[in-house]
Design a protein. Sequence first.
Lengths: 296, 99
Amino acid sequence: MEFVDYYKTLGVDKNAKTEDIKKAYRKLARKHHPDLNPNDKEANKKFQQINEANEVLSDPEKRKKYDQYGKDWQHADQFEQARRQQGGQQGFGGGYTYSGDGGEEDFSDFFESLFGRSAGGGRGRQTKFRGQDYNAELRLTLSDAYNTHKQTLTVNGKNVRITIPAGIENGQVIRLTGYGSPGVNGGPNGDLFITFSITNNSKFKRMGNDLYATIDLDLYTAILGGEITMDTLSGKIKLKVKAETQNGSKIKLKGKGFPLYKKEDQFGDLFITYNIVLPTNLTDVQKELFTQLSKS
Amino acid sequence: MKQEHLISTEEFCTHYKVEYSFIDSLDRYGLIEFTRVNESTFIDTDKLSELERLVRLHYDLEINVEGIEAITYLLNRVSGLQNEIISLRNRLNIYENGD
């Protein structure tokens, strides 16, 4: 366990007045508050540190104890014992602490060894702490992500039934408010953040809402034209192939791509590239016909 | 909308020790959508966490309603940009890994 320099955390001098501490704390809290830095674990951690520093330095008694025993925190228990023998007051009135992620359990070991686990509380609304956020990862296939569907997740032993809207992106995070850890002292519950990891189980490449695929086309259909059937994520479709279709030519099927996230009945486009496959193992007759064609 | 999913703003103010004038300001600035039923104002339970967030910004960080409006706008922009990054990263993966 390391010594925590609360003055350094708040960026104030050891002789700083209460007003300066308050000012420094407010400035840092505005910068690192979880509501202003959603999904930012670093800011969250920093916010907990400055909250802890303020908890100590804004309270005259805690600050006195910290100044006296801070660097020598191993002797804090002896100090406590002596204080109890003198009939000292149990616990301290808290300073001005903003609510945010974390809670008493998120104070550092250093803080708890010096002030105990119960010392994190303050007065009135300041004692309310928001519960911790939970993070979870959900794996889906591209076909799963194509349709809106319901799924049940187990998070910390609790079943959470969620609706996953069609069109969700790989790496997209959705937030379920209130599904995190319970708040402390009546504070709000934390949130549950679900990161979606989408694996491609299809022949399609997805770019945003558009899908791309390369399909094989036999020589005769490419030259003479015709109709082919292909599988898409929404079922089979028929394609009319123009006569004299060139190898590598592309067609665009409007509205046959991926569904737009949370936009009902709106889809991206499907782009198809034709790969013309030449016939192999020609019979003598076929060779003869091709020879005739080459001379015509 | 079913009425059982609504919480009266008066009840909210009493529970959270919030002045009604603050709720009224949020309504005037259009920062959160309230529902009016028989001349009473209600908040949908789905929007409760968003309202709690605005309360924290005002009472904990002492940010006025104009500031909250600017922050909300910027956070929405940040969220939009983050989504764009995700989309571009996925597109880059196609070229780099063929996924």
